[in-house]
Design a protein around this ligand. Structure first.
Ligand SMILES: Cc1ncc(COP(=O)(O)O)c(C=O)c1O
Length: 284
């Protein structure tokens, strides 16, 4: 069965799926995207993803081409054509195609592409043991809250993590405050209190982050939504990262310093367990 993707109204073989070379997403990163988890054929937290997509589009002045209802119909068809039940959906909307010019050439027809792929679960032993991360300077633009495809700083920071044999790179400001990972949000736990950067222009407000904030409240875990320093992270009892693709992954080392007792802690583990229930429950 060939893999099928969606390009501007058409469902076509993935190997033939292409956009125009003057797509502004390709030339200027003038595009936004979402990645949505699919579990048992259901889109997880899709309302939150659509809300964020609409916000990203609004912030850069791209007009939404279709409603959430239309998106849902097209996504259902894409899942059916690929016979996909567990995996993820990548959805990208660019401003569209026009002769290359920085100036936005008036109202345009946005280009919409969607691809799906099967679940790539992180091996259970990796999550059980926890992972190391490094810190790197955050060299991104000042609107990390908009989910644009302009991800080069994230790509290079992730590559540095890969070269140094760690799972993720936590980005930090010149004053040593941790913003977030390259494709994940960053969390620490100190004295039973969860600490994570507030939703602001310096971070992407992760949908997993929002789900975890809700779960933390349900579990009566104290929360301090504020930027924390790298020094605080080194001294934390626990640390972990979160995203649609990684779910919750405990961190046991930051810059080669052991975090807490060097094994995943109780708060991270409790959040992960409840998050998994959220994924597999019927009303996510
Ligand atoms: C920079 C960044 N931060 C955080 C996240 C996590 O967001 P979500 O939980 O919505 O996947 C992502 C996901 O791609 C990201 O790219």
């Amino acid at each position: 069965m060939p893999r099928i993707s969606y390009v501007n109204g058409r469902f076509i073989r993935h190997s033939q799926a292409a956009v125009h070379i003057e797509d502004r997403g390709y030339q200027f990163a003038d595009a936004v995207y979402e990645v949505i988890a699919i579990v048992r054929g259901r889109l997880i937290d899709d309302e939150l993803h659509f809300e964020r997509l609409e916000r990203s589009l609004r912030e850069i002045g791209i007009e939404m081409l279709f409603s959430r209802a239309i998106f849902r119909i097209k996504i259902a068809e894409l899942l059916r054509l690929n016979r996909l039940t567990n995996g993820s959906l990548y959805l990208q909307v660019s401003r569209g195609v026009a002769p290359r010019n920085h100036k936005i050439p008036g109202p345009m027809t946005p280009a919409v592409v969607m691809t799906v792929r099967p679940l790539r679960e992180i091996p259970a032993e990796v999550v059980e043991q926890g992972v190391p991360v490094i810190t790197v300077p955050d060299i991104r633009w000042k609107r990390a809250d908009i989910k644009t495809v302009g991800l080069l700083p994230n790509v290079l920071a992730k590559e540095e993590a890969v070269q140094r044999n760690v799972y993720e790179a936590w980005q930090m400001t010149p004053d040593g405050l941790v913003t977030e990972g390259t494709s994940t949000n960053a969390w620490i736990v100190k004295d039973g209190v969860l600490i994570t950067h507030p939703a602001a222009s310096a971070i992407l407000n992760g949908v997993t982050r929002l789900a975890l904030l809700k779960i933390a409240a349900e579990l009566d875990i104290g929360l301090d939504e504020r930027a924390f320093s790298v020094a605080e992270a080194y001294a934390a009892d626990e640390a972990f990262l979160s995203s649609t693709s990684a779910f919750v992954v405990p961190i046991i080392k930051i810059d080669d310093r052991q975090i807490g007792s060097g094994v995943p802690g109780p708060v991270s583990t409790a959040l992960l367990e409840r998050y998994k229930e959220h994924l597999w429950s019927r009303n996510a």
